[in-house]
Design a protein around this ligand. Sequence first.
Ligand code: FES
Length: 622
Amino acid sequence: MSQVTHTVSFVGESSQAKVDSGASVLQAARDAGVDIVATCGGRGRCRSCRVKVVEGTLPPPTLADIVQLGDQEVREHYRLSCQLRVNDNIAVQVSPPLHETAFQILVDTEVPKKGLTVDCGVHKVHVQPTLPTDENDATSDLEEVLRGTGLTPALSLDTVRRLPDMLRQSSAGLTITTFDGTVLSLESGDTTKQAFGLALDIGTTTVICYLIDLISGETMATVPGLNPQAVFGGDLMSRIAFAMESTTNVRKLRSRLIGFINEQIGEACSQGGIQRKHIYKIVVVGNSCMHHLFLGIDPKFLGCAPYAPAMRSAYACAAREVGLKVADGARLFMLPLVAGFVGADTLGMILSTHLEVGSKIRVAVDIGTNAEAVMGGQGSLLACSSPAGPALEGAQIRCGMRAAAGAIERVSVDQDIHVQTIGGVPAVGVCGSGLVDAIAALLDAGVLTTSGRMIAEGPLPAAIDKRLRTGKDGIAEFVLVWAGDGGARQDLVLTQADIRQVQLAKAAISSGVAILQHHMGVTDGDIDEFMLAGAFGNYLGMRSVRRIGLIPDLPPSRIRFVANAAGLGAQMALLSESERQRAELLGQRIEHITLATHPEFQKVFLDAISFPEEVAAYSESD
Ligand code: FES
């Protein structure tokens, strides 16, 4: 019997998909080239892929629909597209998380220039060459241009093709751009003041493009954006799993990323009032998977033991080779990787925090879907990575969302729970910092035990007690915001399962640090400085991170938020060749500690799942 097919249409999109009966709407969207964000990779554990069924038979909701979307949205015909099976011709309205469009991405607009000498390796010189005149002279246009400069040409064929006309038509001479003594490009006229570079910080969640003046060191524009690969999964493993399905998928992941970065470059150029043909140097940091996808290397072997990357050393090539639309001869530099899950972003973080300098014990942790921890001191530099998962970014949390307008970002407790949202608008969900605050508040209020269990009864203030209930799926939940409070459309809850997700994430991060301490033989009290990097880290409440045991219980004076340290490292390597070379040397010096096979890890991890009994009452000056 032949397979029955149905048509899935997407409101507002010109393309449709014909799929076999039983295929998911998410699959149909991918076939049709329609973007639907699938944060959990299609496992029914988030709400990012929801669509509204506007035509055709509305199937009954699945348990995942009810749990993730709630009664109200289910009644309004919303369904999770990854769970919605096609058994009829249907039309759906893709429901982008509109309230998440104004997300917060932490960027740093200026490289701290203290102690940094601008020495980017790019030089421009203006020349007034003479044309070949004597047919008896054995010479060429290019030789005349370079005469007396001592430079080696490494020009693109396209530039050589344009040279004869350029030379004869430009009465204002030519500008030669070089990198490290090699000619990168030739331009008509005097463009010596136009020399720019890009630092790219490619994360699983966000991509940040910094446009920098290579002469003054000034940041001309910073363009942040969400990684467009998110439609194929929110975390690294979902992304790798998608890549493993076929080489076509690898190409899809790569072309989306490169296309998006080219758009960011265009935006940065228009903000900075410059032309992309004057961008000559690019430095890229990113985790190992993003590094591979950016270069077009299949990341499938990063997804299985022994998780070996295709290469670890620093890599340089022509920017055009990877498809970036910049100056013809622009050079691209990838900072080195440390291991399969400790990437060039970690190198960038070490570079900007100078973690290898001095004898003090210093720790830096970049919290993302994968958390990288580095410990420096006593002449050693140790690094590890922990799979924190996307919970701390608000993903796979019942009412979780990215840090955007309407996200609960702060939670406090007295006789009741109080919340503060980003932008002061009605609450629509809870982001990572709100989640950590909420759990700290529930621990303080006695709603959560140190094992992470929500207690069903006890001597709680009445207003708090009322918020504890059993959800439709039979799981305990705590109502952070009641429908109607401050304009909220529905009850916003924190479930027992959400608490477990955060416990697993914080245990992964803190046990990674504990293993590094174990290797270096230092206690919590020996840590002189603990730095939290990354977009998430910088929005956290200092007491809350200590209260839930995400970091050791250190005095506030020893804890520092270091913003987007990886991006800063990329900018430093862009502006200074000595910093870029320092990164290459650091790459060879770091000792990578593998947690999964570490004999102590299981025990340390299990111990770290519980919450601390209490937190020290430091004053802010401690
Ligand atoms: S629930 Fe469908 S992608 Fe997460």
